[in-house]
Design a protein around this ligand. Structure first.
Ligand SMILES: C[S@@+](CC[C@H](N)C(=O)[O-])C[C@H]1O[C@@H](n2cnc3c(N)ncnc32)[C@H](O)[C@@H]1O
Length: 209
């Protein structure tokens, strides 16, 4: 938890309490439904919570921003972002119901009122968002295809509406066709070795009505 405060020192009491509760909620639910690996549970705050919050080093979402987390799995990056941005709405989507059971329990345990959960493939979702966030779901061309038509026209934030994706490794080949893409290194924000290879990809998506 100190790790989160190290990089996000201005959290409210309510946010601190919610971040603290995450550990026991995930520990309990992970014993029943395994959604996070054992190693990752031991390093929940580093590998999941802080990694998810990396997005907040790139952009502080304006109140009212509408986001979807595609392939949220156990709730990452959606849950930590929903705690950090209580005035934004988060739609967490995954095609595997079992994982969403854990997400639902965590959302209930934290009394998060800005999170909606849907069991679906993202292709079936018919709505529009300022940003689609994600981590470790599909290669960018596939992901762009799946999320086509789901980005809102009206711009509320300085960063252009589109996809914000947490990715690792060498992205040059995967992203070569996207001329407007920006890549940010998470080790510019966080000093822990875990982030040395981790990046945030921002791909603005033009609205096509
Ligand atoms: C490797 S997990 C990542 C989970 C989470 N984002 C994280 O980083 O911890 C990938 C997740 O994407 C989901 N997924 C894959 N394809 C999907 C699709 N077309 N629509 C919705 N979810 C999908 C899978 O069910 C799985 O939970």
């Amino acid at each position: 938890m100190e790790l989160i405060l190290k990089y996000f020192p201005d959290l409210t009491e309510d946010q601190i309490s919610k971040f603290q509760k995450l550990e026991s909620l995930y520990q309990d639910w992970n014993l029943k439904i395994n959604v996070v690996s054992r190693k990752d549970i031991d390093e929940l705050y580093l590998r999941h919570v802080l990694h998810s919050l990396g997005i907040a080093k790139l952009i502080s979402f304006k109140d009212g921003t509408k986001l979807m987390d595609v392939g949220t799995g156990g709730g990452f990056p959606g849950i930590p972002l929903a705690i950090l941005f209580p005035e934004c709405t988060f739609h967490l989507v995954d095609s595997i119901a079992k994982k969403l059971k854990v997400v639902a329990e965590v959302v209930e345990g934290l009394e998060l009122t800005n999170v909606k959960i849907t069991h679906s493939r993202v292709e079936e979702i018919d709505d529009k968002y300022d940003f689609i966030v994600s981590r470790a779901v599909a290669a960018m061309p596939t992901f762009v295809h799946w999320t086509k038509g789901k980005i809102a026209k009206t711009q509320q934030n300085e960063l252009k509406n589109g996809i914000i994706y947490l990715k690792g490794g060498d992205l040059a080949e995967e992203l070569q066709d996207y001329k407007t893409v920006s890549i940010y290194n998470l080790n510019d924000y966080f000093e822990e070795e875990f982030f040395d290879t981790k990046k945030i990809v921002h791909l603005p998506i033009k609205f096509k009505g």
